[in-house]
Design a protein around this ligand. Structure first.
Ligand code: ATP
Ligand code: MG
Length: 198
């Protein structure tokens, strides 16, 4: 099984996330993509992040109609922020024999050498650089640092550029503007019903 992993704060999940996941799934012939909301301890951020309960529920609503999209709460069940290396090790026990493709922005992958236990991580999973406007994957520098592993385990997928961020959406809700088409209908309704981001 080839399984993509899309981690994020998802505060809230939006169509940029969904389109990226679908695009990578298709390009790399994945069997599914696992959305993993991150645990963000309140003291770690300057802004107020809504509860993991709401973030998780919105991801479930947004992905519900796609049988290849799954949601995992493994990071939410851990204390504090998670290291990717721990998340992958835990997933390997659940999805035995699966190959994991960690989807993230090209900018984050350029910084991979600074990640916790990066070499170990790259042995355990593939990385997918979803390239966005203005960011180039520094493949040569990565190969220099990680060796051959960077050649085989780091992939570049040119995802469609959807200039939407959760920050935009929170701002729009706060200003009383419409977020229709930026998030799924289910998520828009949930935000309204729960009075989030006001
Ligand atoms: P915020 O504005 O709060 O930072 P965000 O929109 O960047 O939120 P995250 O939850 O931080 O959303 O993102 C999760 C993952 O999805 C990250 O790897 C991020 O790079 C990627 N991502 C976010 N928005 C887009 C988008 N519009 N297109 C492609 N990928 C995106
Ligand atoms: Mg972000």
């Amino acid at each position: 099984m080839r399984l993509g992993i899309l981690g994020g704060t998802f505060d809230p999940v939006h169509i940029g996330h969904l389109i990226t996941a679908e695009c990578v799934l298709e390009e790399l012939s994945l069997d599914g993509v696992l959305f993993i909301p991150a645990n963000v301890p309140p003291h770690k951020t300057e802004r107020k992040i809504i509860s993991s309960y709401h973030r998780l529920r919105m991801v479930c609503f947004a992905t519900a109609n796609n049988p290849r999209f799954k949601v995992s709460d493994i990071e939410l069940n851990r204390e504090g922020p998670s290291y990717s290396v721990d998340t992958i090790n835990e997933l390997k026990k659940i999805y035995i024999g699966a190959t994991f493709f960690f989807i993230t922005g090209a900018d984050a992958i350029n910084d991979l050498p600074t990640w916790h236990e990066a070499k170990e991580l790259l042995k355990n999973c593939h990385f997918v650089a979803a390239t966005r406007a203005g960011v180039k994957l520094e493949k040569d520098a990565l190969i220099e640092y990680f060796g051959e592993l960077a050649r085989t385990n780091i992939h570049e997928v040119n995802t469609r550029r959807i200039e939407i961020s959760s920050t935009d959406i929170r701002q729009r809700v706060k200003e009383g503007k419409n977020i229709m088409y930026m998030v799924t209908d289910t998520v828009a309704k949930y935000i309204e019903k729960e009075g989030l981001y006001k």
